[in-house]
Design a protein around this ligand. Structure first.
Ligand SMILES: C[S@@+](CC[C@H](N)C(=O)[O-])C[C@H]1O[C@@H](n2cnc3c(N)ncnc32)[C@H](O)[C@@H]1O
Length: 294
């Protein structure tokens, strides 16, 4: 690390924090939820994130024998699917900055019999430990918004792709605004507890940042799908209250279950409003398919 890096600051919400500290704070958020991430993710999205991920694979055209990187892959949802597509002659690398997420992913995939063609690598998207021109496809689903230096991450993803290789990105977007989540202040608990250190990009933001990548296609998946999911989750959370409280205590600490259940309930209500707003055309999930230029 250079002196320059030591002195660099970045946004954590609207707070200025040292560059390194932001990574540690983001890592802390995911470390605290790793063990229950899939349960939470399914409960949060009622499984709709899995439908969206299937879409990626249909678009991916990943073939047997290919090499695929699932970056910020968390507990390996996409890696499982890529593993089936590339088969025994191919290889999938599940990479994440967070050791706890990877550990949960490894146990989950191993328990399900996915062993031969998956490798697990703890890696920061900004400094990928892979050679140039190495992968046929790279995917990053719901991970880019947490990366501190997004330009650097995009450059590194491009570097490790083979010429002609594909990059898939899923990211929550706003129709035309890019903004950071505030963490300071009484009313900003959403930024502080749920979108810690994150940003909301505009739908146009990503293609503008992607050098040496041609945008082949993009899809805005209407926000009302996610809005319905959030409303259904709220109903489910209320029905499963007694099951959820101990789970939340495991994630957030003893005595924190009820408080966090209420925070999650408010999160679902507020996000449902957000994604349903303007018939789902204001905030939505952006899916992007890029091709690395030759
Ligand atoms: C919302 S989860 C998404 C996980 C998975 N892709 C999915 O769709 O279920 C975001 C993931 O990004 C990882 N992450 C955050 N910053 C990262 C970075 N700089 N490099 C690699 N992974 C990162 C987190 O550890 C977490 O596992």
């Amino acid at each position: 690390m250079s002196n320059n890096d030591d002195n660099k600051v970045t946004h954590f919400g609207y707070q200025q924090v040292p560059w390194q500290e932001k990574q540690q704070r983001v890592a802390g958020v995911f470390r605290s939820v790793a063990a229950k991430y899939d349960v939470m993710n399914d409960l949060i999205s009622m499984g709709s994130h899995r439908v969206l991920k299937r879409m990626t694979l249909e678009l991916a055209g990943v073939r047997p024998g290919q090499k695929v990187l699932d970056l910020a892959g968390g507990t390996g949802d996409l890696a499982i699917k890529f593993s089936r597509l590339v088969g025994d002659s191919g290889q999938v690398v599940l990479a994440d900055i967070n050791a706890s997420m990877l550990q949960v992913g490894r146990s989950r995939l191993t328990d399900r019999g996915y062993a031969g063609n998956i490798e697990y690598v703890q890696a920061d998207a900004e400094h990928l430990p892979f050679p140039d021109n190495n992968f046929n496809a790279v995917s990053i689903a719901f991970g880019l918004r947490n990366v501190t230096d997004k330009d650097q991450a995009l450059r590194d993803m491009t570097r490790v792709l083979k010429p002609g290789g594909k990059l898939f990105v899923h990211i929550f977007c706003h129709r035309n605004l890019t903004y950071l989540f505030e963490t300071e202040g009484e009313s900003n608990w959403m930024g502080r507890y749920f979108f810690t250190g994150g940003m909301m990009p505009s739908y146009d933001w990503l293609p503008r940042c992607a050098d040496r990548l041609s945008l082949e296609d993009r899809w805005a998946v209407n926000g009302t799908h996610y809005g319905k999911t959030l409303e259904a989750w709220l109903a489910l959370a209320d029905r499963k209250r007694q099951t959820l409280i101990p789970l939340l205590e495991e994630c957030y600490g003893a005595g924190q279950g009820k408080l966090w259940l209420q925070r999650w309930r408010m999160f679902f209500m507020a996000c449902a409003e957000l994604f349903n707003y303007g018939d789902g055309e204001e905030w939505f999930v952006g899916h992007y398919l890029f091709r690395r230029e030759e």
